[in-house]
Structures are given as C-alpha cells and as structure tokens.
Design a binder for this molecule. Structure first.
Ligand SMILES: [Fe+2]
Ligand SMILES: [Fe+2]
Length: 415
C-alpha cells in the first residue's frame, strides 16, 4: 500500500465505503477478525465505537476518502496510530499464501488422524521406556516430525482441530501430541530451519517426561495446588532431564526442555531466566505448552474455551510473560476464534468454527442453529468474512450452557 493513501482519522470521520487498515485498540479487543476491512454499514462503525476505537488509519486507494480535508484530520498523526498499534496491537503479520490452500480440513483430517495416532503411540512408548529407566532412541521421532510438517503444510488447521478435541485419558501422551503440533506449527510460521524444527518437535514430545515420577493425579487437579505440591511439580523439569540423560539427547533439545517453564519476565522456573537468556525455541514451546494446559485443564485451574485461553495468554504476553513475536505467530495461526469454537453470528445463527484461513482472513462455520434458535435438520457450512454484512461472528458461545445449546449439538465432530 502506498504511504500517500494512508490517512489517520478520528472515528467520527469514518463513513461507509472507507477501507480501514489499522485501529488504535489491541487486535484481540477489535470486533473484527482482522483490522483490515471495508466499512459496509453503520453497524460496523457502531461496533468499532463499542470496542473503544478512537482513531484509525484508512487506505484511500482501496476505499472512500474522508470528506473533510487532511489538515482537519491531522490532529492525530498516522505515526501516532502506527506507533500505538505496533506497541499495543499484536495483529499478526499477514503471511502471504504461496500456494492455494488445499486440501480442506475435512479432506486432510484423515491423514492428520493417522499422524496423531502415531505421535501418541510413540510418545507413550517413549514415556514407558523412560519410566523403566531405559535409554530411548530419539531418532524414532524424526519421521513423526516430517509427517506432521507435511500435514501442516497441506492444511495447518486439521491437526489443530484434533488438538482441541476433548480427551478422556492418556493425559501425558495427549498433551505431548498437542504441544508437538502447536509448537511445530509455530516453528514453521516463525521460519525456523529443518534442524531446529526437529529439535523443537523432539523437545515438545518429551518435555513432560518427568511428570511420570510425580503423582499423576496432580495433573489436572481440580483444587488449588498447595505450596508443597507446587514445589513438587517444579521438580518435573529436572527429573525429566535426568531420565533422559542416557539417551543421547542433542544439547539444544535438552535446553528447550529445561526452559519450557521459564518466562520472559523472569517469573518462570526452575532458574527464573529472563528474555534473551531463553532460547527462541523454548519461547515457542512455553506458549504451546501453556495453551494446551489451559484448554485441557492440566493444572489446578478450570479449563478454558480456546478463545478465552488465547485471550489470557495474550494478556500475559502484554505483562511480559511470553515472547510477543512468538505469541503473534501463535494467534495468527489459531485465528481469533480457534477451530472447534462455538460461535454466535450477527444473524442470530449459531455454529462451530471448522476452518480458519489465515491467508484469506475467512472462517468456515458449520451452522447448527438458525437465527430463530431452531436446530437445523441438515447443518450447512458458511464461509464468513468480517466484511460480510449480517453474518459475521458476533461472539463466542459456551456450549456447556444448556440455554446456548439445548440439544448438545455445538460440538466439533471429526468426520
Ligand atoms: Fe512442564
Ligand atoms: Fe507441558
């Protein structure tokens, strides 16, 4: 976009037909999936007002120009908004698609499910061997990394939908699988080398090995940890590294495991490392790990809906806990409403997010209830963009609330 076409304007000067490219509120608070969009109706302007937007940048090449003179709107400079936006708004950098997206999530799911089964099976076998004090052959993980990367490359949302499925047992292997997929997905987005991705994948798969020597009922305990329990849990990092000592682990992998609970602001453990002392791959694993723990209730706090977990991690990043570049890649990859989220549309329809295309900024939703609250006999799929008047996503729904989902239908089911 040419710089001369960018204009900073106060919200009062925004009108239908203008094309917005930047807002002065954090992306997560924006009413839209992306900050870039054409203003189609007064409802859009009202939604921006309700979100606390005061100034924004428009692109006059892609939409209408303000009727007032540029001098008049110059009270707020574009630099001010840009600075504000870059300080406060981690809107993910738009990654240009290098090829059309194919296949769809539905098509890729079969392959993704095979990958998931293999990853969980290998993780279980490795944990069993480590628990029996045996050395493991870490090379067995290499092909799993390759197959996972291949699935992510074909469609990076299929494995993500499996990450979000509810679980019944196998806490450690399931968590290892999820962390493995999320971390590799982020590693690709952050353009790490194939060697680094192998190290990241191996570390993600083994990062909780030490939990096997802790009482497993502590994982996902429903009441608050006592101080003693917290101390015990903090030991799982060193316990795991000891278990892996005879397994010829590459040094980098050991470091990533050692640092997966360190936090950018020094509030993590076991060594209270800060920012630059923590390896970038450890920063990735920290986010992948924390997200999966939150959505599957692996700690002593209630589990969160994916979007709420995303929002919480985002807030923690703003306070300094996580690396903001890695968090930006993570949010971009997940979408504002991660796959499997139950959502309400502006039309009153309710559905489930089945695909998020970060390149096209579109979200595919399986519509389950029509605008009057009636369950559809045959659910239909709609591709929603935030520019689509009347059918954009209005809010997140909690399917556990029977008033929201009286028939228990807002559940993501794999074909
Ligand atoms: Fe851990
Ligand atoms: Fe973990």
């Amino acid at each position: 976009m040419s710089e001369v076409h960018r204009q900073s304007i106060p919200l009062e000067h925004l009108s239908v037909g203008m094309f917005v490219v930047e807002l002065d509120v954090p992306w997560i608070n924006s009413p839209f999936l992306t900050h870039s969009r054409k203003i189609k109706s007064f409802k859009d302007i009202d939604a921006l007002r309700r979100s606390g937007v005061k100034t924004l940048v428009i692109d006059t090449e892609r939409g209408a120009a303000p009727k007032v003179s540029p001098q008049y709107v110059a009270g707020v400079s574009r630099d001010d908004v840009s600075k504000e936006a870059s300080n406060r708004n981690p809107e993910p950098a738009v990654v240009k698609a290098t090829k059309p997206r194919d296949p769809s999530v539905a098509v890729e799911l079969a392959a993704a499910q095979k990958v998931a089964e293999q990853v969980k099976q290998v993780a279980s076998q490795l944990f069993e061997a480590l628990d029996a004090n045996k050395a493991i052959d870490v090379k067995v993980v290499d092909p799993l990394v390759d197959e996972t990367l291949a699935s992510l490359n074909r469609n990076n949302q299929a494995l993500m939908s499996l990450v979000h499925l509810s679980r019944k047992s196998q806490k450690l292997a399931d968590h290892a699988f999820s962390t493995f997929c999320i971390a590799l997905n982020m590693g690709v987005a952050l353009k790490h080398s194939p060697e680094e991705l192998q190290a990241l994948g191996l570390a993600a798969l083994l990062h909780e090995a030490g939990w096997q020597h802790l009482p497993l009922n502590l994982m996902g305990k429903r009441t608050k940890y006592t101080a003693n329990e917290e101390q015990l849990i903090a030991r799982h990092v060193d316990i795991g590294l000891n278990m892996l000592q005879s397994s010829n682990l590459p040094e980098l992998v050991g470091r990533i495991i050692a640092e997966h609970h360190e936090r950018n602001d020094g509030t993590g453990y076991p060594n209270c490392l800060k920012g630059g002392d923590i390896h970038p791959l450890s920063q990735i694993l920290a986010i992948a790990d924390a997200y999966d723990e939150r959505i599957h209730q692996l700690q002593d706090r209630p589990g969160l809906l994916p979007r709420n977990a995303l929002q919480l991690l985002y807030k923690e990043t703003k306070k300094g806990a996580f690396d903001s570049k890695a968090m930006t890649a993570f949010i971009s990859m997940m979408g504002v409403y991660p796959v499997t989220s139950a959502v309400l549309l502006e039309s009153g329809e309710k559905g489930i997010v089945v695909e998020h295309d970060q390149h096209a900024h579109t979200t595919r939703i399986k519509i389950i209830y029509d605008g009057s609250g009636k369950a559809l006999d045959n659910p239909v799929e709609a591709c929603v963009t935030q520019a689509e008047e009347g059918r954009s996503i209005k809010s997140l729904l909690d399917p556990a609330d029977s008033r929201v989902d009286p028939f228990g239908l807002l559940v993501f089911v794999t074909p």
